[in-house]
Write a protein that binds this ligand. Structure first.
Ligand code: NDP
Length: 331
C-alpha cells in the first residue's frame, strides 16, 4: 500500500536543538540548506575551501571541512555526487560519525549498489527530492512544495522516520507530498528515467529539428515549434495533473488523430527492447560498474560524450536560435 505524507504528518520537533551538517553545496546542497535555515534549523556546511564554499559563505553559512562538519553535526546530509560519495565517505565522513547520528542521502544509489557499509549505531535515511535543486528552492519560496521519496535503511533509536519526515517538512517537500519508496527502487527508477526516457525525448527533439532544418524550414520557427516555446513543457505539466492520456483531450481533433495514428511508428519492438536492456543493465549493476570505471578513468568517455553533444548540429541550431531571439526587438 502506498504511504504518502503531507504537512500535518510531520513535526519539526526531531530537528530542534540539533546541528544539521550539509555536505556539499551544489544543486541540492545549496537549495536544501537555504530551505532548512528558512524553516528555523541550525545549518553548517561541509565543503573543500573553494568556489562552492565561497557561495555558502556568501549565503551566510559557517563552513568546515567535510570531516569536521560531520563531527559537529547530529544530522548529516550527504549531498555529494553519487559516484564520488563512497571514497569521500571512507576518507572524511565515516571518521566523523558518532553513535546516535543520522546520516541522510538524497538518492538511493550508494546503498542500492552496496557501495557503503555503515556503523551499527547510526540512523541511515533517504530524503530524495524528485526535482532539481533550483526547483527545490523555488517550490519552497512559492509554497507549492515538491515530491520526495523517503526511506529508512537503519533505525537505531526509533527516530529514523520522525527525522526523515521532519527533514522533508523542513526542505518544503511536504507542502506537496512525500512518499515511502525503497533506496533500491529510488535508485533504479531514477537511472532508468535518465537512461531510457530522457535520451528518447532528446533523440526525438534532435532528430525532429535536424530533419526540419535539412528540409529547408527556418531554424528559429522549427525550434520554437518543437519545444523552445515551452509547449512541450506545458504538455508534460498537464500530464502530471491529468495523466498523459487525459491531457490529450486539451488538443484539437487534428492533433489527437495525428498523434494517435502515428504512435506505432515510434513504439517499435526495437524501442522496447532498448528500454528493457537499459533496465537490465541498471538492475545487474553493469551501469554502476561502468560509471565507477568512468570516474577511475578521469571521465574520459564522459567528456567525449559532452563534447559530441555540444558540437552537434542540434546544439549549433539551439545556440543560433537563442542568440537571434536575444538580439531580436519585439515589433
Ligand atoms: P552536485 O554535483 O551539485 O554537487 C556538487 C557538490 O559536491 C559541491 O559542493 C562539490 O564541492 C562537491 N563535490 C564534488 N566532487 C567532490 C569530491 N570529489 N570531493 C568532495 N566534494 C565534492 O550534486 P547534486 O546536488 O546534483 O547531487 C547531490 C545528491 O542529490 C546526489 O545524491 C544526487 O543523486 C541527489 N539528487 C540530485 C538531484 C539534482 O537534480 N541535481 C535531484 C535529486 C537528488 P567541490 O567540488 O568544491 O569539492
Amino acid at each position: 500500500m502506498v504511504r504518502l505524507f503531507r504537512e500535518d504528518d510531520a513535526t519539526l520537533e526531531p530537528l530542534v536543538g540539533k546541528t544539521i551538517a550539509v555536505l556539499g553545496y551544489g544543486n541540492q546542497g545549496r537549495a536544501q540548506s537555504l530551505n532548512m535555515r528558512d524553516s528555523g534549523m541550525t545549518i553548517i556546511v561541509g565543503n573543500a575551501d573553494d568556489k562552492y564554499a565561497a557561495d555558502a559563505r556568501e549565503d551566510g553559512f559557517e563552513i568546515h571541512s567535510i570531516r569536521d562538519a560531520t563531527a559537529k553535526g547530529d544530522i548529516i546530509l550527504s549531498l555529494l555526487p553519487d559516484e564520488v560519495t563512497p571514497a569521500i565517505y571512507a576518507e572524511s565522513i565515516r571518521p566523523g560519525l558518532k553513535a546516535g547520528d543520522t546520516l541522510v542521502f538524497a538518492s538511493g544509489y550508494c546503498i542500492c549498489f552496496d557501495q557503503i557499509s555503515f556503523p551499527d549505531d547510526i540512523n541511515v535515511v533517504m530524503v530524495a527530492p524528485r526535482t532539481m535543486g533550483a526547483l527545490v528552492r523555488e517550490s519552497y519560496l512559492n509554497g507549492r512544495g515538491f515530491l520526495s521519496f523517503l526511506d529508512a535503511h537503519q533505525d537505531v533509536d526509533g527516530q529514523a522516520w520522525p527525522i526523515a519526515l521532519a527533514l522533508a517538512k523542513a526542505i518544503g517537500s511536504l507542502k506537496y507530498y512525500a512518499m515511502q519508496a525503497t533506496f533500491k527502487s529510488e535508485a533504479e527508477l531514477d537511472l532508468f528515467t535518465e537512461q531510457a526516457l530522457v535520451p528518447a525525448i532528446a533523440a526525438a527533439l534532435m532528430t525532429a529539428v535536424e530533419v526540419l532544418v535539412a528540409a529547408g524550414y527556418d531554424k528559429i520557427e522549427s525550434a520554437l515549434e518543437m519545444y523552445l516555446s515551452g509547449e512541450m513543457g506545458d504538455i508534460l505539466h498537464e500530464a502530471a495533473h491529468l495523466g498523459f492520456v487525459g491531457q490529450t483531450s486539451l488538443h484539437s481533433p487534428t492533433s489527437r488523430y495525428g498523434t494517435k495514428s502515428r504512435l506505432h511508428l515510434f513504439a517499435t519492438p526495437e524501442f522496447r527492447k532498448n528500454m528493457e536492456e537499459i533496465l537490465v543493465n541498471v538492475q545487474n549493476r553493469s551501469f554502476a560498474n561502468e560509471w565507477a570505471a568512468e570516474q577511475a578513468g578521469d571521465y574520459q568517455h564522459f567528456r567525449a560524450l559532452e563534447k559530441s553533444m555540444a558540437d552537434s548540429v542540434f546544439a549549433q541550431v539551439e545556440r543560433d536560435v537563442m542568440h537571434e531571439l536575444a538580439a531580436a526587438t519585439p515589433q
